[in-house]
Design a protein around this ligand. Structure first.
Ligand code: SAH
Length: 226
């Protein structure tokens, strides 16, 4: 399938953010087991350097998480790739919910793949900056400032749900907003690290679960911050 990438060529950068530097990241992701060409292509074209502070831009195409302020991080590209790939396991998803907008990078990857994206962030400052990025890249991402643990009931059900902050347990309200045939990916675990879990809901609503990787996300927290 040809990916439907909705970015303008002007979004592509130069120098340390050049296509060559990005291609190196893609090869690294391939080497670490990412195989979905649609996902790799989205990571190739979405300018990750625009989702972090300029001072860190030279590190944008390293396969590492980076600080984005407010004690939060933009996820490691491999983790973004793995979570996105997991969404495309079953039927072609159409509507996807992300909990934890952060920099907006994961949402932008989903948007570049032609998905209808809904994303929720509890820190208003981060959300405002992410929204500017969506606008300037011409991405159609709907977002709200809320506690994402309640999901987005008015827009449910979703074919895919990505939780990009770690919690000690799965959040039932989110699983409930998954459509039959849908996939939810969430980092779950107590303490420092989490297991990246993938839940599948079949046509009858039965849930099966497997583990994709060991990960270290910032915590899923309650309450809103301006
Ligand atoms: N997906 C992001 C990664 C963000 S880090 C990216 O691509 O950059 C996790 C984010 O989840 C943080 O911005 C944090 O503020 C947010 N978060 C934590 N708990 C949340 C909650 N209950 N609801 C919404 N967002 C939450």
């Amino acid at each position: 399938m040809t990916p439907r990438l909705r970015l303008q060529p002007e979004a592509l950068g130069v120098g340390m953010t050049s296509q060559r530097v990005r291609d190196r990241l893609i090869e690294r992701l391939r080497g670490n087991g990412i195989t979905d060409e649609r996902v790799l292509n989205a990571i190739r074209v979405v300018p990750r350097h625009l989702f972090i502070d300029e001072a860190l831009a030279t590190r944008a195409y390293e396969d590492t998480a980076l600080p984005i302020g407010h004690g939060q991080t933009i996820s490691q590209p491999w983790v973004v790739a793995k979570m996105t790939e997991a969404l495309f396991d079953g039927a072609q998803p159409r509507r996807v919910l992300e909990v934890g907008t952060g920099s907006g990078y994961q949402a932008a990857i989903l948007g570049a793949l032609g998905l209808e994206v809904f994303t929720v962030e509890r820190i208003g400052d981060l959300l405002r900056v992410a929204r500017k990025r969506f606008r300037s890249l011409g991405l159609n991402v709907r977002s709200k400032h809320d506690d994402g643990r309640v999901g987005w009931p008015e827009e449910a059900p979703f074919d895919g749900i990505l939780v990009t902050a770690g919690a000690p347990a799965l959040v039932d309200a989110l699983t409930a907003q998954l459509a039959p045939g849908g996939v939810l990916v969430a980092p779950v675990g107590a303490g420092g690290g989490q297991s990246l879990l993938r839940l599948r809901k079949d046509a009858e609503g039965h849930i099966t679960q497997d583990t994709l990787a060991s990960v270290a996300f910032v915590p899923l927290l309650s309450g809103l911050v301006d």
